[in-house]
Design a protein around this ligand. Structure first.
Ligand SMILES: Cc1cc2nc3c(=O)[nH]c(=O)nc-3n(C[C@H](O)[C@H](O)[C@H](O)COP(=O)(O)OP(=O)(O)OC[C@H]3O[C@@H](n4cnc5c(N)ncnc54)[C@H](O)[C@@H]3O)c2cc1C
Ligand code: FES
Length: 279
């Protein structure tokens, strides 16, 4: 992926649109040019720049797994200018895609370990990529647990996939909604992610915790992981600093000497602790 112009988007067609939750959509994208499709490859954890012609670009993780060939998916929430323009596009229309950029989850180093995924709200997409990658190569890992929380039942994304993960004997899935966000038929937990995690009481022994969510969730989840005995080198997250170029040229995303677009977006807690105090 080094011999192409990093500023020139690939042309991709929107093959399928899924409405995940209020204001949240998943696009399945296919390369319009067969040669682009052949040369494109990525790894779990990477992100891309998605563009609407005449409107601009915005940054999303690649939410599909590299183990599923032939397409890429992104899941986004309408937040502002570009995401609103993106949300108006329909199946069959063409948009731009630049990437993949950034580093990856160290899946090879996690072989033989238990994996504990902890996600909140719209932060399940970066995790979905690595979850599917792990489930498609399930023999490489020990226990796989997923804790996913959203404000309300309506706000849970990937509802069909949550059902599929719940039915698998080799995955332990716990879903939770904030108090008041439940429906009469809700069978999951009720409570904020950090307190549900404490009740789950997972073992830190030979376990890697991958945490993605809003800053407030991360802030209260890390102390619970500390209490459970997780060391900083056992904890990973992804950062979502505002970006422009995505390739370490514009200086938009830096934290101290670190460029989130190049040195991240995946960081171990050890690396996070080396960042300036606001992180
Ligand atoms: C590596 C990475 C991965 C991301 N993955 C996803 C994803 O999978 N799905 C998803 O929905 N979003 C994701 N985001 C966030 C997404 O990039 C922004 O929400 C989006 O670019 C907003 O574009 P916009 O032009 O519609 O909004 P704008 O008009 O630019 O902004 C609308 C509002 O959102 C705020 N905002 C915009 N970008 C960010 C940001 N990065 N962090 C905090 N606030 C922001 C602005 O300050 C403003 O208040 C990711 C960001 C990064 C850096
Ligand atoms: S987004 Fe331009 S340097 Fe990181």
């Amino acid at each position: 992926m080094t011999d192409y112009n990093i500023y020139l988007p690939y042309l991709v067609a929107i093959e399928k649109i899924t409405e995940e939750a209020p204001g949240v959509k998943t696009f399945r994208l296919k390369f319009k040019n067969d040669e682009d499709a052949r040369r494109f490859s990525f790894k779990a954890g990477q992100f891309a720049e998605y563009s609407v012609f005449g409107e601009g670009e915005c940054t999303f993780c690649i939410a599909s797994s590299p183990t599923r060939d032939g397409y890429v998916e992104c899941t986004f929430r309408e937040a502002g200018k570009v995401t609103s323009a993106l949300a108006k596009l329909e199946e069959g229309e063409t948009m731009g895609f630049r990437g993949p950029f950034g580093n990856t989850f160290p899946l090879d180093a996690w072989k033989g370990k238990n994996l504990l995924f902890i996600a909140g709200g719209i932060a399940l997409p970066p995790m979905r990529c690595v979850i599917w990658n792990v489930l498609d190569t399930r023999e490489n890992f020990k226990d796989v647990s997923i804790l996913y929380g959203a404000k309300s039942v309506a706000d849970l994304v990937y509802k069909d996939e949550l059902k599929a993960w719940d039915e698998r004997p080799d995955v332990k899935l716990v879903t939770t909604v904030d108090p008041g966000g439940e429906t009469p038929d809700w069978k999951g937990a009720i409570g904020f992610v950090p307190s549900v995690l404490e009740k789950m009481n997972p073992s830190a022994e030979n376990t890697i915790a991958i945490v993605c969510g809003p800053p407030v969730m991360i802030k209260f989840t890390f102390p619970v992981l500390d209490k459970l005995g997780f060391k900083p080198e056992q904890i990973y997250t992804t950062l979502e600093n505002r970006m422009k170029c995505g390739v370490g040229k514009c200086g938009r995303c830096n934290v101290g000497k670190m460029y989130v677009c190049k040195d991240g977006p995946v960081f171990s807690r050890v690396a996070l602790e080396a960042l300036p105090a606001e992180y």
